[in-house]
Design a protein around this ligand. Structure first.
Ligand code: SF4
Length: 316
Protein backbone atom coordinates (compact mmCIF):
# COMPACT_ATOMS: atom_id res chain seq x y z
CA UNK A 1 0.00 0.00 0.00
CA UNK A 2 1.27 3.50 -0.86
CA UNK A 3 2.58 5.41 2.13
CA UNK A 4 0.86 8.67 2.99
CA UNK A 5 2.60 11.89 3.95
CA UNK A 6 2.83 13.26 6.59
CA UNK A 7 3.54 9.90 8.19
CA UNK A 8 0.91 10.22 10.92
CA UNK A 9 -1.82 9.84 8.29
CA UNK A 10 -0.88 6.17 7.94
CA UNK A 11 -1.29 5.70 11.70
CA UNK A 12 -4.52 7.68 11.71
CA UNK A 13 -6.08 5.42 9.08
CA UNK A 14 -5.23 2.24 10.96
CA UNK A 15 -6.36 3.58 14.35
CA UNK A 16 -2.81 3.27 15.65
CA UNK A 17 -2.50 7.01 16.27
CA UNK A 18 -5.42 6.99 18.71
CA UNK A 19 -4.04 3.84 20.35
CA UNK A 20 -0.64 5.52 20.88
CA UNK A 21 -2.34 8.59 22.33
CA UNK A 22 -4.05 6.36 24.91
CA UNK A 23 -0.82 4.58 25.81
CA UNK A 24 0.95 7.91 26.29
CA UNK A 25 -1.94 9.29 28.32
CA UNK A 26 -1.86 6.29 30.65
CA UNK A 27 1.85 6.88 31.24
CA UNK A 28 0.84 10.04 33.11
CA UNK A 29 -0.46 7.91 35.99
CA UNK A 30 3.15 7.29 37.03
CA UNK A 31 4.96 9.69 34.80
CA UNK A 32 8.01 8.41 32.94
CA UNK A 33 7.39 10.50 29.86
CA UNK A 34 10.96 11.84 30.04
CA UNK A 35 14.26 10.70 31.62
CA UNK A 36 13.53 12.68 34.78
CA UNK A 37 11.41 9.61 35.66
CA UNK A 38 9.43 11.43 38.36
CA UNK A 39 6.78 8.68 38.63
CA UNK A 40 4.13 11.05 39.98
CA UNK A 41 0.46 10.67 39.12
CA UNK A 42 -0.14 13.64 36.86
CA UNK A 43 -3.70 12.44 36.21
CA UNK A 44 -4.38 12.99 39.91
CA UNK A 45 -2.98 16.52 39.77
CA UNK A 46 0.52 15.74 41.05
CA UNK A 47 3.38 17.78 39.65
CA UNK A 48 7.12 17.21 39.71
CA UNK A 49 10.10 18.55 37.75
CA UNK A 50 8.09 19.88 34.79
CA UNK A 51 5.42 21.40 37.08
CA UNK A 52 2.75 19.91 34.82
CA UNK A 53 -0.20 17.76 35.78
CA UNK A 54 -2.74 16.75 33.14
CA UNK A 55 -3.50 20.31 32.02
CA UNK A 56 -2.02 21.62 28.80
CA UNK A 57 -0.51 25.11 28.73
CA UNK A 58 0.31 26.94 25.52
CA UNK A 59 2.28 30.18 25.81
CA UNK A 60 1.94 31.38 22.25
CA UNK A 61 1.67 30.27 18.65
CA UNK A 62 2.70 32.08 15.53
CA UNK A 63 4.40 32.01 12.15
CA UNK A 64 8.11 31.79 12.90
CA UNK A 65 10.59 32.93 10.25
CA UNK A 66 13.84 32.58 12.17
CA UNK A 67 14.29 28.85 12.51
CA UNK A 68 16.88 27.17 10.27
CA UNK A 69 16.19 27.70 6.51
CA UNK A 70 14.73 24.19 5.90
CA UNK A 71 12.34 24.68 8.81
CA UNK A 72 11.22 28.29 8.27
CA UNK A 73 11.53 28.24 4.48
CA UNK A 74 9.77 31.07 2.66
CA UNK A 75 6.40 30.85 4.44
CA UNK A 76 7.56 30.26 8.01
CA UNK A 77 7.20 27.48 10.56
CA UNK A 78 3.91 27.14 12.46
CA UNK A 79 5.39 27.39 15.92
CA UNK A 80 3.57 26.42 19.10
CA UNK A 81 5.34 27.26 22.38
CA UNK A 82 4.32 25.12 25.33
CA UNK A 83 4.35 26.16 28.96
CA UNK A 84 6.79 24.61 31.48
CA UNK A 85 9.71 22.31 30.71
CA UNK A 86 11.40 19.10 31.80
CA UNK A 87 14.66 21.05 32.34
CA UNK A 88 15.82 24.02 34.43
CA UNK A 89 18.33 25.75 32.22
CA UNK A 90 19.49 28.65 34.38
CA UNK A 91 20.09 30.70 31.21
CA UNK A 92 16.73 29.95 29.54
CA UNK A 93 15.75 32.68 27.09
CA UNK A 94 12.07 31.73 27.42
CA UNK A 95 12.07 31.38 31.20
CA UNK A 96 8.72 33.15 31.71
CA UNK A 97 7.25 30.33 29.67
CA UNK A 98 9.46 27.34 30.47
CA UNK A 99 9.93 28.04 34.17
CA UNK A 100 7.05 30.32 35.15
CA UNK A 101 4.55 28.50 32.95
CA UNK A 102 2.98 31.66 31.60
CA UNK A 103 0.31 30.93 29.04
CA UNK A 104 -3.23 29.62 28.85
CA UNK A 105 -4.65 26.29 29.83
CA UNK A 106 -6.28 24.88 26.72
CA UNK A 107 -8.04 21.68 25.66
CA UNK A 108 -6.81 19.11 23.15
CA UNK A 109 -9.53 20.34 20.81
CA UNK A 110 -8.17 23.89 21.04
CA UNK A 111 -4.64 22.68 20.34
CA UNK A 112 -5.96 20.89 17.26
CA UNK A 113 -7.66 24.12 16.18
CA UNK A 114 -4.39 26.03 16.56
CA UNK A 115 -2.64 23.50 14.32
CA UNK A 116 -5.37 23.90 11.70
CA UNK A 117 -5.26 27.70 11.93
CA UNK A 118 -1.50 27.63 11.38
CA UNK A 119 -2.05 25.40 8.36
CA UNK A 120 -4.49 28.00 7.00
CA UNK A 121 -1.68 30.52 7.23
CA UNK A 122 0.25 28.31 4.82
CA UNK A 123 3.22 27.55 7.05
CA UNK A 124 5.52 24.69 6.07
CA UNK A 125 5.08 22.62 9.22
CA UNK A 126 3.81 22.50 12.80
CA UNK A 127 6.84 23.31 14.97
CA UNK A 128 6.26 22.00 18.52
CA UNK A 129 8.62 23.82 20.89
CA UNK A 130 9.45 22.09 24.21
CA UNK A 131 6.89 19.35 23.56
CA UNK A 132 8.27 16.44 25.60
CA UNK A 133 6.23 16.69 28.80
CA UNK A 134 3.07 17.16 26.70
CA UNK A 135 3.50 14.24 24.29
CA UNK A 136 0.23 12.60 25.45
CA UNK A 137 -1.70 15.85 24.95
CA UNK A 138 -0.11 16.45 21.55
CA UNK A 139 -1.00 12.95 20.34
CA UNK A 140 -4.61 13.40 21.41
CA UNK A 141 -4.77 16.78 19.67
CA UNK A 142 -3.12 15.36 16.56
CA UNK A 143 -5.83 12.72 16.16
CA UNK A 144 -8.45 15.48 16.13
CA UNK A 145 -6.44 17.78 13.86
CA UNK A 146 -5.60 15.05 11.35
CA UNK A 147 -9.23 13.89 11.23
CA UNK A 148 -10.14 17.49 10.41
CA UNK A 149 -7.65 18.00 7.62
CA UNK A 150 -4.20 18.67 9.07
CA UNK A 151 -1.67 17.71 6.41
CA UNK A 152 1.54 19.39 7.62
CA UNK A 153 4.57 17.51 8.97
CA UNK A 154 5.32 17.80 12.68
CA UNK A 155 8.63 19.26 13.83
CA UNK A 156 9.56 17.94 17.28
CA UNK A 157 11.73 20.77 18.63
CA UNK A 158 13.14 19.53 21.95
CA UNK A 159 16.06 19.43 24.40
CA UNK A 160 17.18 16.03 23.12
CA UNK A 161 16.40 14.43 26.49
CA UNK A 162 13.80 11.77 25.75
CA UNK A 163 12.61 8.51 27.21
CA UNK A 164 12.86 5.66 24.69
CA UNK A 165 9.36 4.37 25.40
CA UNK A 166 7.91 7.82 24.67
CA UNK A 167 10.08 8.28 21.62
CA UNK A 168 8.91 4.98 20.14
CA UNK A 169 5.33 6.21 20.42
CA UNK A 170 6.41 9.00 18.08
CA UNK A 171 7.86 6.62 15.49
CA UNK A 172 5.85 7.23 12.33
CA UNK A 173 4.20 10.29 13.90
CA UNK A 174 7.01 12.85 13.74
CA UNK A 175 8.64 13.50 10.39
CA UNK A 176 11.21 16.08 11.47
CA UNK A 177 13.18 15.89 14.70
CA UNK A 178 14.91 19.09 15.81
CA UNK A 179 16.64 18.13 19.08
CA UNK A 180 19.43 19.83 20.99
CA UNK A 181 22.75 18.24 21.76
CA UNK A 182 23.38 20.55 24.69
CA UNK A 183 26.30 19.12 26.63
CA UNK A 184 29.10 16.59 26.54
CA UNK A 185 29.48 16.75 30.30
CA UNK A 186 26.95 15.43 32.83
CA UNK A 187 28.27 17.63 35.60
CA UNK A 188 27.52 20.81 33.63
CA UNK A 189 24.18 19.45 32.41
CA UNK A 190 23.13 18.87 35.99
CA UNK A 191 24.55 22.12 37.33
CA UNK A 192 23.15 24.43 34.67
CA UNK A 193 20.07 22.54 33.39
CA UNK A 194 19.12 20.09 36.16
CA UNK A 195 19.05 17.19 33.72
CA UNK A 196 20.65 14.08 35.30
CA UNK A 197 22.62 11.73 33.03
CA UNK A 198 22.09 14.08 30.11
CA UNK A 199 24.91 12.84 27.91
CA UNK A 200 23.87 9.19 27.79
CA UNK A 201 20.18 10.07 27.46
CA UNK A 202 20.92 12.61 24.74
CA UNK A 203 23.04 10.19 22.74
CA UNK A 204 20.43 7.46 23.00
CA UNK A 205 17.78 9.99 21.94
CA UNK A 206 19.72 11.14 18.89
CA UNK A 207 20.44 7.57 17.79
CA UNK A 208 16.77 6.62 18.04
CA UNK A 209 15.64 9.73 16.17
CA UNK A 210 18.13 9.02 13.40
CA UNK A 211 16.94 5.40 13.24
CA UNK A 212 13.37 6.60 12.80
CA UNK A 213 13.82 9.31 10.19
CA UNK A 214 17.42 9.45 8.92
CA UNK A 215 19.30 12.71 8.24
CA UNK A 216 17.17 15.68 7.17
CA UNK A 217 15.94 15.54 3.58
CA UNK A 218 14.67 18.62 1.79
CA UNK A 219 12.40 19.08 -1.21
CA UNK A 220 13.24 20.91 -4.43
CA UNK A 221 12.65 24.24 -2.65
CA UNK A 222 14.99 23.39 0.20
CA UNK A 223 12.18 22.79 2.71
CA UNK A 224 12.66 19.97 5.21
CA UNK A 225 10.29 17.06 4.62
CA UNK A 226 11.67 14.36 6.90
CA UNK A 227 14.71 13.67 9.02
CA UNK A 228 16.93 14.75 11.88
CA UNK A 229 18.51 18.19 12.29
CA UNK A 230 20.52 18.64 15.49
CA UNK A 231 21.10 21.95 17.28
CA UNK A 232 24.06 22.78 19.43
CA UNK A 233 24.20 26.05 21.37
CA UNK A 234 27.78 27.17 21.94
CA UNK A 235 28.15 28.43 25.52
CA UNK A 236 30.74 30.64 27.20
CA UNK A 237 33.74 29.10 28.93
CA UNK A 238 33.40 25.83 27.03
CA UNK A 239 30.48 24.74 29.22
CA UNK A 240 28.69 22.95 26.38
CA UNK A 241 31.71 20.83 25.41
CA UNK A 242 31.29 21.83 21.78
CA UNK A 243 34.26 19.94 20.36
CA UNK A 244 33.23 16.66 21.96
CA UNK A 245 29.56 17.07 21.06
CA UNK A 246 30.33 17.69 17.38
CA UNK A 247 32.91 14.89 17.19
CA UNK A 248 30.48 12.42 18.70
CA UNK A 249 27.78 13.36 16.17
CA UNK A 250 30.18 12.99 13.26
CA UNK A 251 31.74 9.75 14.48
CA UNK A 252 28.66 7.98 15.80
CA UNK A 253 25.76 9.34 13.74
CA UNK A 254 27.69 10.06 10.57
CA UNK A 255 29.36 13.13 9.05
CA UNK A 256 26.26 13.87 6.95
CA UNK A 257 24.09 14.46 10.05
CA UNK A 258 22.89 18.06 9.71
CA UNK A 259 23.95 20.11 12.72
CA UNK A 260 23.21 23.72 13.50
CA UNK A 261 25.95 25.45 15.51
CA UNK A 262 24.25 28.31 17.32
CA UNK A 263 25.90 31.51 18.50
CA UNK A 264 22.98 33.28 20.16
CA UNK A 265 23.70 32.50 23.78
CA UNK A 266 23.02 35.42 26.09
CA UNK A 267 22.66 35.45 29.86
CA UNK A 268 18.96 35.30 30.70
CA UNK A 269 17.02 34.34 33.83
CA UNK A 270 19.48 33.29 36.57
CA UNK A 271 22.59 33.31 34.42
CA UNK A 272 23.47 36.86 35.49
CA UNK A 273 24.36 35.50 38.92
CA UNK A 274 26.65 32.79 37.58
CA UNK A 275 30.17 34.02 36.74
CA UNK A 276 30.60 31.22 34.20
CA UNK A 277 27.41 32.14 32.33
CA UNK A 278 26.96 35.89 32.74
CA UNK A 279 28.19 37.07 29.36
CA UNK A 280 27.67 36.48 25.66
CA UNK A 281 30.10 34.45 23.58
CA UNK A 282 33.29 36.06 22.44
CA UNK A 283 34.34 36.13 18.78
CA UNK A 284 37.13 33.76 19.65
CA UNK A 285 34.80 31.24 21.28
CA UNK A 286 32.48 31.10 18.29
CA UNK A 287 35.37 30.98 15.82
CA UNK A 288 36.75 28.02 17.80
CA UNK A 289 33.36 26.34 17.66
CA UNK A 290 33.30 26.72 13.87
CA UNK A 291 36.82 25.30 13.70
CA UNK A 292 35.62 22.37 15.85
CA UNK A 293 32.77 21.86 13.40
CA UNK A 294 35.21 21.78 10.47
CA UNK A 295 37.60 19.46 12.30
CA UNK A 296 34.82 17.07 13.29
CA UNK A 297 34.27 16.11 9.66
CA UNK A 298 30.59 17.17 9.68
CA UNK A 299 29.54 18.16 6.21
CA UNK A 300 25.98 19.50 6.54
CA UNK A 301 25.18 22.29 8.90
CA UNK A 302 23.98 25.76 9.55
CA UNK A 303 26.77 27.71 11.25
CA UNK A 304 25.52 31.16 12.18
CA UNK A 305 27.90 33.90 11.34
CA UNK A 306 26.17 36.88 12.87
CA UNK A 307 29.32 37.70 14.78
CA UNK A 308 28.24 41.30 15.25
CA UNK A 309 26.19 40.15 18.19
CA UNK A 310 29.07 38.47 19.96
CA UNK A 311 30.88 39.99 22.91
CA UNK A 312 34.20 41.42 21.75
CA UNK A 313 34.99 43.25 24.98
CA UNK A 314 37.33 40.73 26.59
CA UNK A 315 38.62 38.95 23.58
CA UNK A 316 41.38 40.58 21.59
S1 SF4 B 1 7.34 14.66 31.94
FE1 SF4 B 1 9.33 14.24 32.81
S2 SF4 B 1 9.67 15.94 34.25
FE2 SF4 B 1 7.47 15.87 33.84
S3 SF4 B 1 6.62 14.60 35.49
FE3 SF4 B 1 7.00 13.28 33.71
S4 SF4 B 1 9.01 12.40 34.06
FE4 SF4 B 1 8.80 14.20 35.42
Amino acid sequence: MAQLYPSYLNLLQSGELARRAEIAWNMLASCTICPQNCKVNRLAGKKAVCKSADELIVGSWNVHRREEPPISGSRGAGTIFFGHCQARCTYCQNFWLSQNGQGRVITHEKLAQIMLLLQKRQVHNIDLVTPTHYVPHILKALVIAAENGLRLPLVYNCAGYENMETLRLLDGVVDIYLPDAKYANDKEALRTSKMPNYTAANRQTLREMLRQVGPLQVDEDGIGVRGLLIRHLVMPNGIAGTREVLRWIADELGPNTPTSVMDQYFPAWKAHNDPTLNRRLTWKEYAEALADWEASGLTDGYPQEDLMELDVSNDI
